[in-house]
Design a protein around this ligand. Sequence first.
Ligand SMILES: Cc1cc2nc3c(=O)[nH]c(=O)nc-3n(C[C@H](O)[C@H](O)[C@H](O)COP(=O)(O)OP(=O)(O)OC[C@H]3O[C@@H](n4cnc5c(N)ncnc54)[C@H](O)[C@@H]3O)c2cc1C
Length: 463
Amino acid sequence: MTRTHLPPLEPLRQILGDRLISDAASCWIYGLDNSRLHTLPAAVALPESSQEVAAIMAHCHAHHIAVTVRGRGTATTGAAVPQANGIVISTERMAAIRAIQPENRLLIAQPGITNQVLQQAAAHHGFFWPPDPTSSAVATLGGNLATNAAGPRAVKYGTPRENTLALEAVTASGEIFRCGSATTKGVVGYDLVRLLIGSEGTLAIITEATLKLTPLPDAIATLRACYANVGAAAAAVARIMAQPAIPCALEMMDGKAIAMSRDYAGSDDLPSGTGALLMIEADGSAATLPESVTAITAAAQGDGCLEIRAAHNKAETAALWQRRKALSPALRQIAPKKINEDVVVPVAQIPALIASLEQLAQEFAITIVNFGHAGNGNLHVNLLINPDDAQQANAAALCLDRIFDRVLHLNGTLSGEHGIGSVKRQWVSREIAPVPLALMQGIKQLFDPHHILNPGKALPDPM
Ligand SMILES: Cc1cc2nc3c(=O)[nH]c(=O)nc-3n(C[C@H](O)[C@H](O)[C@H](O)COP(=O)(O)OP(=O)(O)OC[C@H]3O[C@@H](n4cnc5c(N)ncnc54)[C@H](O)[C@@H]3O)c2cc1C
C-alpha cells in the first residue's frame, strides 16, 4: 500500500499528536462503508473537541484537502467513503452527552455517540429520541443526522428533521457556528438545522446536537395482519393512515419476502394463501391504548384480510415479529451482495409500485423482494443479484433505472432514509428540477467554496 501525492499532514499532527493516523494499514478500515466501496484515505483524524475539528478544517481549507467526516461507516451508499488522498475525520472520540433536561424535553450530545447509547440515557429519564434505524447499536448520532436516518417509528414520530432543535457545526473553512434554538418554537432566519440534516457531510461538520425528546409510552400493542395479496395489504395501509389512531410501526412484507423468511426460519404459522403481511404496533397510555388498537384493527380489516392476530405478552410479541426478523439474515444468505433500494411513494400508490416491480422482475428475470415502512410509503426494494456476474449486474442497472422512473412517475422519491452518497448521484437530476438543483449547488458553493467537504456525494457536480 504505497501512496503518492500525500497532502501536508505535519500541521495536523501538531494539532492532534498521535490522534492523527497515517499508516496505510491502520487507515484502511476508515476507507469503506456498507456499500462495500473502498478508497484509502491519506490520514484519519480523531478530534476530541469542536475546536480541534475547526483547526483541522482551517488547515484543509487552506490546502484544498478533501475531508470526509465519518461516524461508524454503516451508510449503504458510499456516503462515508473518502476521496483518495483526502482525510477522514472520525467522530469516535466525540461521544459525550453534554446535558439532559427533562423539563425542556431535550438532550445535548456530541455526534460520535451511538443511537443506542443516547436512547439508554434518555430512557433513564422516561424519554426517547424517535429516530430508530435498525443499525442503532452501531450507527452514530452524527451519521443519523447527516443521512436523516429513521426506522419504523417515523410513521408516528417523524425523522431527525422533526426531532432536532439545534446544531453546532464547523464550516469548511473552520468556523464554529450554532443554528436553531433550544425551544420547540422559533422562526428567526432560515432553517439551517433542517438543511444540514440529510446533507451527508457535504455542507458542514456537525459537532453537537440538541435533540427533541418524547416521553416513553406506557404501553405498546403488537398486531400481525395477513392478506391474500399486496394490493389488499396496501389498501389496509391506506385505510389505517386515513384514520386518527396512528400506529408507531406499520411494516409490510410482500409474498416473496414471506416465502424467504419462512424457508430461513423453517416454520410457518401464517394462514394458507398469505401473500402479504403487515406488522403493526401502537403505543400510548395504558388507559387509551385499547381504544387505538380497536380503531387500527377495524381499519386493518377489509377485502383480502385473512387473519389479524394480537400479541398478549412478550413471548407472543417476539413470535409475531419473528417472520420479519428472519428476513434480513435470509436475504443475506441468498444474495449477500444484493441491491437494496429504499424508494418512497405516497401510501395510496404502493399497489401501483408493487405491480410495476412484479412486472419488472419478470421482464429482467430478477428476483425482487419488497418490504419496509409502509406507513410512510417507504419500501426496501431488494434486487437479489450477484453484482460480480456482469450479465446480472447489467440487467440490474437497467431494471433499477426503470424502477426509479416508475417511482418518480408515482410522485415518489428515490430515497427515504439511506440517502444518495456516491451510488445514486447519477439519478438526482431526474428527481430534482434544474432550478432547485442550481439553488442547492449554490448553497454548496456558499458553505464549501473549495468543494472539500465529502466531494462526489449527494448532488451531481454543476454543469
Ligand atoms: C445493518 C444496517 C441496518 C440499517 N438500517 C437502517 C435503518 O433502519 N434506517 C436508516 O435510515 N438507515 C439504516 N442503515 C443505514 C445507516 O446505518 C444510517 O445511514 C446511519 O445513520 C449511518 O450512521 P453512521 O454513524 O454509520 O454514519 P456513516 O456511515 O459513518 O456516515 C454516513 C454519512 O453521514 C456523514 N456524517 C457522519 N457524521 C457526521 C457529522 N458529525 N457531521 C456531518 N456529517 C456526518 C458522513 O460523511 C456520511 O455522509 C442501516 C445500515 C446497516 C448496515
